[in-house]
Structure formats: structure tokens, C-alpha cells
Design a protein around this ligand. Structure first.
Ligand SMILES: Nc1ncnc2c1ncn2[C@@H]1O[C@H](COP(=O)(O)OP(=O)(O)O)[C@@H](O)[C@H]1O
Ligand SMILES: [Mg+2]
Length: 258
């Protein structure tokens, strides 16, 4: 039996349109603490929009989102959101996000990139932020690059810095939007390894990815998104063994053939 305390994210009827195009069509989702959920599906199916709704980068048109049992967005029938901006900002600090493109500050060193948000957004002292950043750099195996500028490190290293930077805010849940899609194939493994370590440390994670082996090995659950909806939301084993929907089979087959 799970109680509401076990739930990290709960969404009901989440909708988001861009003009007349409905990108997310009223999805329901529950993410439990410690769960690793992979979101897969064709390009344009709404995966990024869905993730961005969960961290407030998109304002939802209707629906309810709760994060750690706190209302994050509340528009059940599309009425104005009753959650105030301060409350949203507080909750957002607990939601880390890593994008396909690393978005590191080019004029800051690796270390400076990581300590920026904790100092500015959370008011942590420089000493405390630095100590923690060094710990995180050790974790992502980049301590020796701490004084490098982003232009001097590889794409895989940049993405590992981006992960450390998100972790610097001490989030309770991490959202990854195709974190390895922009990388040369030989750099994908080092990033997936860092993500697997995070999962082993029981971080709650939602990972949009085309890396089927990673999804299979690390995710406990798979959501297949198609055309703004969840076509399937099931545990990993069931998904890969029993997904009988032809669209899903076709998608998996295409990726495996690549
Ligand atoms: N900011 C935006 N403005 C207009 N259309 C958008 C915007 N973001 C996404 N879309 C559209 O919403 C749909 C879903 O996009 P997206 O969430 O990026 O899908 P995915 O991540 O699965 O590729 C696509 O048709 C896309 O063109
Ligand atoms: Mg996307």
C-alpha cells in the first residue's frame, strides 16, 4: 500500500496547447519516490512539453500537479491557477532538470557553473556551495576539470557538469530530457553511467530517452507517449515483453534497427 507520503509527483488531467495544437492531452501521472520512469515515444509526441509542465517551464492550460503533496499547479477545469508564484518557485527548487543541450554558462568555469544557482537562488554561502560542488564533481568524475571553461571540455563532460549543476540545488526529483541525444556515440556511455549511479542512490528520476538498453536496465517503469497521450504506462518488464500495441512495437523495432 502506498500513502501520499510515498508520492513525488502526482498529475491529473494535464493539458497544454500551442495555438490550436494540443501537445499534451489531459494526462494523469503518479511518480513514487525513488522510482525511475523512462518516457519514450516518437518525436513531436509531447515528451518535452510534458516534462516542462512538471517543472513549471510551461504553464498548463488545465489540470492539477502536486509535487511532494504540495499543489504546484491547480487548474482542474481550466480556470486561473490558484497557486501563487512564490510557492511555485519554492517547489521548483526541488525539481532538477537536465536538457539535451547543456546550457552551461560559457564565461564561467565548471565549478562556477555549479555554485551559481545555490548561491543566487538559495542563498547558500560560497564556501558551502563550493564544498558541495566539489563533492558532486567527484561523483561525476570531473574533479580535475573544475577550473576549465565549458569550451575546453567534451560534450559528455559538459553533460556531466550539467547533471552536477542540477544536483547542486539538492533536488528531490530529476527530470532528464534526452540527455544523450546531442552527444557523439562514444560519449553516451559516460553520461548514462552517471545517471545509473544516481538511480542506484535512489534519486527519483523521469528520463526522456531513446536509449532502450538504459530504459530496460535502469527504469522501473516505462511511459510510451504518442500524440500527446500515454499509450502505455507499465512496469519495464511488462512493457518490453507484452506491449502489443503495433505503434509501440513498430517504434521499438525502428530504434533497435538503427
Ligand atoms: N513552444 C512551442 N510553441 C509551439 N509549438 C510547440 C512548442 N513546443 C512544442 N510545440 C509542439 O508541440 C508538439 C510536442 O512537442 P514536444 O513536446 O517538443 O515533443 P517531443 O519532445 O516528444 O519531441 C510538437 O508538435 C511541437 O511542434
Ligand atoms: Mg523533446
Amino acid at each position: 500500500m502506498s500513502s501520499s507520503c510515498d508520492i513525488m509527483i502526482e498529475g491529473n488531467g494535464i493539458r497544454k496547447s500551442f495555438g490550436s495544437h494540443e501537445a499534451v492531452k489531459g494526462v494523469d501521472v503518479t511518480i513514487r519516490k525513488g522510482e525511475v520512469v523512462s518516457v519514450i515515444g516518437p518525436s513531436g509526441s509531447g515528451k518535452s512539453t510534458f516534462l516542462r509542465c512538471l517543472n513549471g517551464m510551461e504553464t498548463i492550460d488545465s489540470g492539477i500537479i502536486k509535487i511532494e503533496n504540495r499543489l504546484f499547479a491547480n487548474r482542474p477545469g481550466g480556470e486561473p491557477d490558484s497557486v501563487n508564484q512564490n510557492e511555485k518557485r519554492e517547489i521548483t527548487k526541488k525539481v532538477g532538470m537536465v536538457f539535451q543541450h547543456f546550457n552551461l554558462f560559457p564565461h564561467k568555469t565548471v565549478l562556477e557553473n555549479i555554485i551559481e544557482a545555490p548561491i543566487i537562488v538559495k542563498g547558500v554561502s560560497k564556501k558551502e556551495a563550493t564544498d558541495y560542488a566539489l563533492e558532486l564533481l567527484e561523483k561525476v568524475d570531473l574533479l580535475d576539470r573544475k577550473n576549465y571553461y565549458p569550451s575546453r571540455i567534451s560534450g559528455g563532460q559538459k553533460q556531466r557538469v550539467a547533471i552536477a549543476r542540477a544536483l547542486g540545488m539538492k533536488p528531490d526529483v530529476m527530470l532528464f530530457d534526452e540527455p544523450t541525444s546531442a552527444l557523439d556515440p562514444e560519449l553516451v556511455g559516460e553520461v548514462l553511467k552517471v545517471m545509473k549511479n544516481l538511480a542506484d542512490d535512489h534519486m527519483t528520476m523521469i528520463v526522456v530517452t531513446h536509449e532502450m538498453q538504459f530504459a530496460r536496465d535502469v527504469a522501473s517503469r516505462i511511459i510510451f507517449m504518442d500524440n500527446g497521450e500515454f499509450l502505455e504506462d507499465s512496469d519495464t518488464e511488462t512493457f518490453f515483453n507484452n506491449a502489443c500495441n503495433p505503434r509501440i512495437q513498430n517504434f521499438i523495432q525502428k530504434i533497435i534497427e538503427k
